[in-house]
Structures are given as structure tokens and as C-alpha cells.
Ligand binder design. Structure first.
Ligand SMILES: CC(C)(O)CC(=O)SCCNC(=O)CCNC(=O)[C@H](O)C(C)(C)COP(=O)(O)OP(=O)(O)OC[C@H]1O[C@@H](n2cnc3c(N)ncnc32)[C@H](O)[C@@H]1OP(=O)(O)O
Length: 257
């Protein structure tokens, strides 16, 4: 299937989505969101996909939501359309998803990267929430996910000044999992995704669900959720296979069930 704003391919068990609006530094417009949601729904339903990588261009992962598209909105339009709410479907994707970020990841671009399970950044990456310079605030989760990732002080600094932080600062602050040379970015992200996709899919999905629970609940509830997910995995064929393979000193052949 052809998309106007995305390039989509599969590499083995990995789905690779490249944001493709170079003329607008991959600004996130309605069409891109619709296309991305469609692609992710396809990957969600495809048993052959075990992980996804989202990337952009060398210059920009994404320079934010499309300002030209938002410019004419009034309050009523934003409320009635529930502007930015459609991105919650992207954040709700249940298989592991990695953001491979080069260049600008600003506003909605930074927020999209944070919807992924972790971020691998090129040394050239620049993160920021510059919405304040436009007379608005982040609307795709920036004030919430950034605070959870960086803490209040750094988030206030970024959100209130609108400044950008480079990859080294983003890694030091805990936003980014790894920083790599620009030419290694995609290979590193695809290798990580391939590795994840080789594990039992129920276990990677439950690992993701359990870690995400830590963001949404108190410790005792999170522990209970983890324990139940942990117990549930003993009902899978892959748990039998994984442990048998360890004992028999061979590689496991997971069937993802
Ligand atoms: C989702 C919410 C609710 O949280 C809100 C948001 O995301 S609001 C958007 C937040 N993002 C920004 O404010 C960043 C806007 N862009 C820039 O500041 C600059 O483009 C830059 C610093 C990223 C790069 O600057 P430069 O290299 O000088 O390139 P430009 O000439 O500025 O851009 C090239 C081209 O892309 C268009 N562009 C860039 N960003 C956006 C955007 N977010 N929306 C729409 N269009 C964008 C820019 O207008 C240029 O196109 P032309 O005007 O030349 O046709």
C-alpha cells in the first residue's frame, strides 16, 4: 500500500515506518496521523511483526505538529475535534516500538518519540517543546511524559523557555536510551528491534505493559499488576520453550504463543 506521508517496510519481524514530509520537516498533520494509525493497526494485527521502529530524516525526526494546519483553529474547533487526541491511539500501540531520532524532535515530534517505548538518538538529535513560543503549550503529552522522564526541574526549563536540548543532554537526563553516530542510527535501532522481535511476543508485550503501569499507578498496584502478568506468562508455550532451551543449552525457538 502506498502512503503520502510515510514510507513503510518490513524487515523480517520488524516494521519500519519513516515519516516522509521532507518539505515540512516531517511536521505532523492530520493525514500523517491517519496514515500512521492505519499502519500501526496493520502491524498490531500482523502476527509476523514483533516490533516497530519509527524514524524520520537526517534533518528532522519531526518538527512538531503542523503549525500551518493548526493556525486557523479556534477554541471551539479544538474542543469539538478534540485536537491532538488522535495521537493517543499511537501511544496505545501494544507491541514494542522504538523511536530512531535524528535532527529535530520538537513539540509533537518530541511527544511522538516519547510515545515509543524508548528512544535511540543520533548525536545530531535536538529535543524540545517550543510550543510556548507559539502561544500554546504541548498537547500530545509533552508536559506529562517529559515530566515522568526528566523530572519537574528540567521539564519546566524546557517547556517554559522553549529551548532545545542536544542528544548528550537528553541522554544524561534520561529521555534517550542510547546515543549513536548519525550513520549508525537506523542500523542500531533495527538491530534492537530485531532482537526484541526474536523474543516471545506475549512476553515482550507484557513487559511493555508492566513497565508502562509504573507510570500510571502506585507501587503496590504496579507490583500486583507485574506479578499477575508474570504469572500469566507461565501459561504460554514460549515459557516452556524458553526454559527448556536454557536447561538443554540450546537456542529457544519461540512460537509467540
Ligand atoms: C502537538 C502540540 C500540540 O504539542 C503542538 C506542536 O507540536 S506545535 C509545533 C512545535 N514545533 C515548532 O514550533 C518548531 C517549528 N519549526 C521551527 O522552529 C524550524 O522549522 C526549525 C528550527 C525546526 C528548523 O528551522 P530551519 O532549518 O530554518 O527550517 P525552516 O525553514 O524553518 O523549515 C523548513 C520548512 O518546514 C516548515 N516547518 C517546519 N516546522 C514546521 C511545523 N511544525 N509545522 C509546519 N511547517 C513546519 C517550515 O515552515 C518550512 O516550510 P516553508 O515555510 O519554507 O514552506
Amino acid at each position: 500500500m502506498a502512503y503520502e506521508t510515510l514510507l513503510v517496510e518490513t524487515r523480517g519481524r520488524v516494521g519500519l515506518v519513516t515519516l516522509n514530509r521532507p518539505q515540512a520537516l516531517n511536521a505532523l498533520n492530520r493525514q500523517l496521523l491517519d496514515e500512521l494509525k492505519g499502519v500501526l493497526a496493520g502491524f498490531a494485527a500482523d502476527a509476523g511483526i514483533g516490533a516497530v521502529v519509527i524514524t524520520g530524516s537526517e534533518k528532522a525526526f519531526a518538527a512538531g505538529a503542523d503549525i500551518k494546519e493548526m493556525q486557523p483553529y479556534g477554541f471551539a474547533d479544538a474542543v469539538v475535534e478534540d485536537l491532538a487526541a488522535g495521537w493517543d491511539d499511537v501511544a496505545a500501540f501494544r507491541k514494542p516500538m522504538i523511536a530512531a531520532v535524528s535532527g529535530f524532535a520538537l513539540g509533537g515530534g518530541c511527544e511522538l518519540a516519547m510515545m515509543c517505548d524508548f528512544i535511540i538518538a543520533s548525536e545530531t538529535a535536538k529535543f524540545g517543546q517550543p510550543e510556548i513560543t507559539l502561544g500554546i503549550i504541548p498537547g500530545m503529552g509533552g508536559t506529562q511524559r517529559l515530566t515522568r522522564a526528566l523530572g519537574k526541574a528540567k521539564t519546566m526549563d524546557l517547556v517554559l523557555t522553549g529551548r532545545m536540548m542536544d542528544a548528550a543532554e537528553a541522554e544524561r537526563s534520561g529521555l534517550v536510551a542510547r546515543v549513536v553516530a548519525p550513520e549508525k542510527l537506523l542500523d542500531e535501532a533495527l538491530a534492537a528491534a530485531e532482537k526484541i522481535a526474536g523474543f516471545s511476543l506475549p512476553s515482550t508485550m507484557m513487559a511493555k505493559e508492566a513497565v508502562n503501569r509504573a507510570y500510571e499507578t502506585v507501587l503496590s498496584e504496579g507490583m500486583r499488576a507485574e506479578r499477575r502478568l508474570f504469572h500469566a506468562l507461565f501459561a504460554t508455550e514460549d515459557q516452556k520453550e524458553g526454559m527448556a532451551a536454557f536447561v538443554e543449552k540450546r537456542k529457544p525457538a519461540f512460537k509467540h504463543r
